[in-house]
Design a protein. Sequence first.
Length: 588
Amino acid sequence: MDTSSVSQSVSVVHGMPLADEPGMGPLTIPAYLREVTSRHGEREALVMHSEHGVERWSYRMLWDRSIEVARALVACGIGKDSRVGILMANRPEYLSAVFGTALAGGVSVALSTFSTPAELEYLLGVSGVSIVLFDGLVLKKDFGAMLADLEPQIRTAAPGCLRSAKFPYLQRLVRLASVADARDAVRADAVSFEAWETFLAHGVDVDAAVVEARAAAVAPSDAGGLFFSSGTTSLPKGILHAQQAFAIQWWRWPRVMSVEGAVRSWTGNGFFWSANITMIVGVALSTGGAVVLQPTFEPEMALTLMERERVTFLSGRPHQWARLQEAENWSRVDLSSLRYITNSALMLTHPTVKTDWRLPMSFGTTETMTINTSYSADTSPEQYAGSAGVPLPGNTLKIVDPQTGAVVPRGARGEICVKGPTLMLGYIGKGVEAVFDGEGYYCTGDGGYVDEVGRLYWEGRLTEIIKTGGANVSPLEIDAVLSTYPGVRRTQTVGVPHDTLGEIVVGCVVPQDGASLDVEQIRAFLKERLASFKVPRRILFFDEQELAITGSGKLKSDALRQLAGARLGVSAPAVIDSTSTLDQRANH
């Protein structure tokens, strides 16, 4: 860590130069794939078990399939910086779509399979996608029907010929048959949808040299991917990342995680989260290992996969590990291959799991493409000293007074502000002056301090975002919907501590005079309009007098959390999980 140019009396800390970070390779998405393919060739890169059998791709196959996607995109008119929506479960085509989009010069747009119709409508409109590659069915979601309902022209327009005033850039919809649901084999589609095989066939006449030339023209600073994250407003924010943000974190994760050898990684979460597309891919492919894909999280099958595929790395959240413990085959599976497990306390109770690996404490956001500060996992507890580490190479952080923006002295608490090579290019639809301060820092809304040697101590959020099961949820987004329910006078949503989820979402409602409100009817109303992880697990009713503490008639969130917690029998204040590798801010 180089801090020689900065006074030790102020809270500004620099990481070492990025050029000095060990293990770095090429810094674009196409060049990364080319490099790992040249290194590992015919080794297994991806494996997926489904009801259709087992599918295995080598690194060479992943390259070839990605080139195939790129050629099809070129044939379909995708140009420099064109946006390609990816709405899929965890399957090989997801990764070939991400790499193929970059090879063609485009920008992949991660669309959450949690999306409700209203949310998907917003994401498609604001992202400006030209083409959407989507799974027909994911769990109970029929995305084909959902898309057709959003725009009636989808039912009648010829493939590739959609012209919609609602989605003015969207022209083509490509539907993949579900790998997890047999019902999909007999579905009839809207006219606009074309099959994955038909889409790929468009590229047959595109010279591979054209794709190679496009890939070579991609620069590290070019746009690479767009994610969505809940923020302090009711609408999700589009976070645009450069090519180098992907590549740096792919190369970096194995070093930070202190993994050894070829890693076989698994996650129960979607690749539309920045943590999973960077951590799971990087830890596996940068080491010559493999990504073990499970289209959707199902506990019994997850355990079976871990055993059969000799998985070594797991990334998940405590509530997912709790579901594994409840699975029928928990006591029978052999998990002795596991060496690296995030949030591992529950998994360590399995009799065959023997590892002393620790998850490195880190700080990061979706805006920094996951980790921004950390030590490596093999750092001693004495050096970590309970911190979230130091700025990673190329990064700088400062702690400022959130009211004035002035840098505070070392040890003083304030707002964490960061910049560096994995920082987002910006929020779509916002000018840089609305996103970064005058020195180019992103001010995170999180609070903490740095000590005399430059370690960051993250103490929680200055904002009111709720962290539940690894996702951050905007209470304003929930309140905007909940307030429209008949009989609701006022609502204020908060997070209340929970043993496995970190926090649960709790809706605090003041009914209108004489209104008789039913909790389950309210939750059913919200389930139709919000992603499942945003729906309050508990609805509490209060009278106006209980909440009318301030002059505005609105409680400060900390006071309301305490009040709601007392109702639910939770006396401790909300605690931020300082061992989390990420502040995931809900890739929507």
